[in-house]
Write a protein that binds this ligand. Sequence first.
Ligand code: FAD
Length: 495
Amino acid sequence: MSSLSPVKHVVIAGGGTAGWMACAAIAKLVGKQVKVTLIESDDIGTVGVGEATIPPIRTFHKLLGINEQSFMRRTSATFKLGIQFKHWGQTDSDYIHSFGATGRECWAGEFHHFWMQGLQQGIEGDFGSYCYELQAAKAGKFGFSKQNPINYAYHLDATRYAMFLREFATELGAKRQEGKIVAVNKRTNDGYIESITLANGNIIIADFFIDCTGFSGLLIEKALHTGYDDWSHMLPCDSAVAMQTEATDHTVLPYTIATAHDSGWQWRIPLQHRVGNGLVYCSQYQADQQAIDTLTGSVAGTAINEPRVIKFKTGRRRKGWNKNCLALGLASGFVEPLESTSIHLIMSGIVRFLRLFPFQGITHQAIDEYNKQLQSEIENIRDFIVLHYKVTQRQDSAFWRHCSAMEVPESLQHKIDLFKETGRVFLDDGDIFRVDSWTQVMLGQGLMPKQHHLIADMLSEQELEKLLNGIKRQIQQRLETLPAHHQFIEQYCAS
Ligand code: FAD
């Protein structure tokens, strides 16, 4: 259903990462045309996790005109070049999924065809040795210049990030209202949200509402009953325990670590001032206390806080935009944090919404377009994350036996089968992960294709050897110019 009254006032419910990212973007990009108010409750607080990102966050910051050095200083951020996956393919295997491209591309296909041809000819070389970002991560180095570009994201302190964006948005004129939402009031004729009532009795009226209330989904679900697609049959982890430890120079690595356990996996996210640690697990196979013991028993360094258990249901809200309500962040669903995609989904949701912004009224065409694009984006992300669980040779616990045997979406099964049989990867509409990412993960998990594209055969043995060794040599030369990651940050954030 459409509502053709112009949208002049947007209310954002919730002041976590989602709420303040949305508020900052609206204030900056359409703040002259639209008034924005954010309601948050100090009593309820935020989820307090969500500290690893992927490279498009840099585009978001550029769009908002955020200065990188000041952002990094304020949020105690470090650079992130990828994720090291330990023990995923097998109990003793490990690989890095980096943000870099591997080798060089040619018209017929990707670099791994040349690499596979090289293997057949006895040219040694780990697949990762042809990727600059991956090698920089391994060496614990970081740096950038026009001549030596590098693809990266950040690890950031979520609480400080929300504070940073809050200051940014309020300086641009966004209004902040502290208070607990106790009721969401709907119009009787069309079920659109009319206002929000706070515990102190204040009623806040707006034309449009953005639900950033976290898992509770106060507007999108409790008021509008939008519905939820539950994905736990293919992403069975439903719990996490998180704790922080102190940082040292040695802990400031330029990558996240995701270590697989018997019934889930453990994250390690290095910030400048501390390390974020957590265990994501499936409660069917592991009790909360067992998970707490596993986490506390395996983290290095002095603990800063007590371990905290968080429960979640993996899946997505059936509509990200319903009537005059948009859901962002955890209110819109949650695909577990393995590839750090939640903050990305917040960002892409905001940008998509601003491109379709209902200045002259809400149309069902805009709503449908938003929901269609969101669906394909989130389903592609889901497939990529399920891939890590499905493509494993681990059979050492009930959890991994379940994961390797489970049915996966047809879209993912097709990608796995195509790669297995032909070595090819083709992206779908809305795929945010590139062919490089799919290949690094599939090969990293031990899925070796039966064939490769014979374009690689066009080169003689000597030519192929020259190509492969040349790429490795160039990467090594580029690496020599880089400082240690922690030294680079110290200098960069000081200036
Ligand atoms: P929250 O942080 O929960 O904020 C909700 C807000 O709503 C708060 O301000 C709260 O006060 C307010 N609120 C709620 N109810 C009311 C009420 N009645 N009245 C007033 N205000 C109210 N994402 C990544 O991109 N990378 C990661 O590495 C990552 N790791 C994660 C690990 C775990 C274990 C989990 C669970 C999530 C992770 N995420 C990650 C997701 C990420 O944490 C969230 O996407 C992000 O923090 C956004 O949260 P949010 O703002 O939607 O919700």
